[in-house]
Design a protein around this ligand. Sequence first.
Ligand SMILES: [Zn+2]
Length: 110
Amino acid sequence: MSSFVWCHGPECHKSHTQDRIRGVKGSKVLRTKKIAQRTESRWYNANNFYNYFCSNSCYNDFANAHIQQIIAIAPRTEALETPIDVVKTQSTDWTGNPYMETKIIRVDNG
Ligand SMILES: [Zn+2]
C-alpha cells in the first residue's frame, strides 16, 4: 500500500493548476500537492528529492526559503578537489578538419 507526503514547497498551494483545486463552489481552495511514496517499488529511493517535492520549482522555493539552515547542515569551509589528468589528442571534426581535443580524465588515487 502506498502512502504519501505533502509537497514541502512553501508556495506549492499558490500555483494556479487544476489539480490543486479542492472544495465545493463558494469555498474552493488551492491545496498543496500530495506525493505518493511508492516504497514497495524496487526503484524507490528515500533520498530522492522528488519524494518530497512535486517539482523543481517547489524544491527551489524550499531551498531559497531555508538556505541558511541547509548550508548549516554541511558547511563548505574549503574547496574540494578531484585528481585528474588532462590529455590532448589530435582529432578531426565531421568535415575532416583537424583540431586538438582535450579530455579530462579522473584519476583514482584510492
Ligand atoms: Zn509542490
